[in-house]
Design a protein around this ligand. Structure first.
Ligand SMILES: *Cc1c(COP(=O)(O)O)cnc(C)c1O
Length: 376
């Protein structure tokens, strides 16, 4: 039987040190690498900004998990995202969703205001929106985030890839639920983005980003060149911690997804809620697409819309005893966030929306905690 990507992850990329037999890769802290008598590098590395031996097993495993041809680590999700933006042609047309991770959208808006790109935002609730905003021959990047922050709208990756490719554009996907559930390259995407600060590392103690490519093309070389030149690289200790986190990625994502499904089903129709937004619920607009393109669960992220608007949502977010009131997501601990506190003024995210990141605590405790916070 072939080794699965899960087994490779558990075994740190099937690592065995040929000299020592160690089954965990070491942390290489050297910033520079010696050359031989011919002045050729002794190994595969020369200088830290071009990559470290400690990155190699992590990038190889990340490419394997997403079924890609290569992967690159960055110092943060945003460093990875901005390296991708930097690799675009000047003044190129970019299509992105109206509701997506706020930091990434504000970076695109900034580039648009500076005239570096020409940005069109599409309404992801309209299935024809990508098709009508794309400009054949002119659009370079179609960007989608699925399920999208913080409403968990689902975009059909296969359909988006076909529209992008017909127009001569490439499709980049922020796959928020991790490759355990969604592997965009298998569905036709050209580039996958992960904020590894979230599920990949999973312990809320490493900042990192990752790009995975479907093929080692010119764009990929350009992205690698941007990373080396701009220097937004991860530190060796962080890369090592990240690999440790990745060893349990599938367990954590499966557990979070199971608990999130149970919580969503429990609270759907709750008298204090307007809505439970979770792609695993049949009532969710994107459920059919989610079923088709997500396996092993619908992810650990959901949002609740609380009756009574801004103030009642704030009351709930400050009344939990197990859920920690904090931003971010994808860690082992459950978090609750009142998005109105952090969304920009122009945001279309409702003021009554609470974003939940479901961790791996016993699900009965999480349900009981939300029940008591909702009755506070
Ligand atoms: C956190 C996050 C990012 C940005 O990653 P950082 O590591 O915070 O820079 C981008 N997209 C999504 C969906 C995220 O959750």
């Amino acid at each position: 039987m072939d080794r699965s990507p899960d087994t490779d992850a558990v075994q740190a990329g099937h690592y065995i040190d040929p000299e020592t037999g160690a089954i965990v890769p070491p942390i290489h802290t050297s910033t520079t690498y010696a050359r031989d008598g011919e002045y050729e590098p002794l190994g595969d590395h020369t200088y830290i900004r071009d990559g470290l031996p400690t990155f190699d097993p992590v990038e190889a495993l990340a490419a394997r998990l997403d079924r890609g041809a290569g992967a690159r680590l960055f110092a943060s999700g945003m460093a990875a995202f901005s390296a991708m933006c930097e690799s675009l042609n000047r003044h190129s047309h970019v299509v992105a969703p109206q509701v997506m991770y706020y930091g990434a959208q504000s970076w695109l808006r900034r580039l648009n205001e500076r005239g570096d790109i020409d940005l069109t935002l599409f309404d992801q609730h309209d299935p024809n929106a990508i098709g009508s905003t794309i400009r054949p021959g002119e659009t370079e990047l179609v960007w989608v985030e699925t399920p999208a922050n913080p409403t968990w709208d689902v975009t059909d990756i296969r359909a988006a890839a076909s529209l992008a490719h017909q127009a001569g554009a490439f499709l980049g996907v922020d796959a928020t639920a991790s490759p355990v559930t969604t592997r965009p390259i298998e569905l036709g995407a050209d580039l996958v983005f992960h904020a590894v600060t979230k599920y990949y590392n999973g312990h809320s103690d490493v900042s990192g980003g990752l790009l995975v490519t479907a093929s080692e093309d010119e764009r990929w070389e350009e992205i690698a060149a941007v990373r080396s030149a701009s220097g937004a690289i991860m530190g060796p200790f962080e890369a090592w911690l990240l690999l440790r986190g990745m060893r349990t990625l599938h367990l954590r994502v499966e557990r979070s997804s199971e608990s999130a499904s149970a919580i969503a089903r429990h609270f759907e129709g709750h008298p204090r809620l307007i809505a439970v937004l979770y792609p695993g619920l049949e009532s969710h607009d994107g459920h059919a697409t989610a079923r088709a393109q997500m396996d092993r669960g619908f992810g650990g992220m959901m949002s609740l819309r609380v009756k009574g608007g801004h103030d009642s949502a704030r009351q709930v977010a400050t009344s939990t005893k197990v859920f920690v009131p904090a931003t971010s997501l994808g860690g082992v601990e459950s978090l609750i966030e009142h998005r109105a506190a952090v969304e920009p003024p122009e945001s279309i995210v409702p003021e009554d929306l609470l974003r939940l990141s479901i961790g791996i605590e016993p699900v009965e405790e999480l349900i009981a905690d939300l029940e008591q916070a909702l009755s506070s």
